[in-house]
Design a protein around this ligand. Structure first.
Ligand code: E4P
Length: 217
């Protein structure tokens, strides 16, 4: 499973990119608001650090506006993926961008039928939002499973499942077990995956015992 980091904070991205574990980045208007810097600058910097897919979301909600904004964003770097909402106009924009050779991430997906439409529109990625479904007492992970089943039924679909709105390490594990192609996670969630109390305990013991040997390597 590929790891994308879900942030517009270049510091977080640089830090994680050093591990070589980051395959791409996703951004959205709320993350840009948090970063509080010009979006084109942020995207340019991210694309210089991460060679994989970098999702840049359009702000317009009508077809012409999405096409105009998407084409502008696509010029920033060759690894830009245009992110469009899962609406009729978003699906139309997806088709146009794909015909122009630009990758597309269809976002704000909350149902299997929406994911089916995105695949038929030629999306490169579909972003089902797990955490936001959990927030309203639905099962976000069940949606990932449904989409996996549907996409596997039709091998001609080229759309990758990009599990989004991930909030916990458990989400990451479950998405990987189901076979999500990608998980986009906040930096803190990715960093927390390394933690285990028995690792800390075991390491402390090894350090203490090594000291007692009086040896050095
Ligand atoms: C996906 O691309 C979105 O940016 C993101 O995962 C949304 O997550 P949230 O529900 O935590 O805001």
């Amino acid at each position: 499973m590929k790891f994308f980091v879900d942030t517009a904070d270049i510091g977080e991205i640089r830090d994680l990119a050093e591990t070589g574990l980051i395959d791409g980045v996703t951004t959205n208007p709320s993350l840009v608001l948090k970063a509080n810097r010009p979006y084109p600058t942020i995207l340019k910097e991210i694309c210089e650090v991460v060679p994989g897919p970098v999702s840049a979301e359009v702000a317009a909600t009508d077809l012409d506006g999405m096409l105009k904004e998407g084409r502008t964003l696509a010029k920033i770097a060759s690894n830009i993926v245009i992110k469009v909402p899962l609406t009729w106009d978003g699906l139309k924009a997806c088709r146009v961008f794909r015909s122009e050779g630009t990758m597309v991430n269809v976002t704000l997906c909350f149902s299997a039928n929406q994911a089916l439409l995105a695949a038929k529109a030629g999306a490169s990625f579909i972003s089902p939002f797990i955490g936001r479904l959990d927030d309203i007492h639905l099962d976000g992970m069940e949606l990932i499973q449904e989409i996996r089943t549907i996409y596997d039924n039709y091998p001609d679909f080229e759309t990758e499942i990009l599990a989004a709105s991930i909030r916990t390490p458990l989400h990451v594990k479950q998405a990987a077990m189901i076979g999500s192609d990608v998980a986009t996670c906040p930096a803190a969630v990715i960093k927390s995956l390394v933690n285990h109390p028995l690792t800390d305990k075991g390491l402390a013991q090894f350090v203490a015992d090594w000291k007692k040997t009086g040896q050095s390597i």
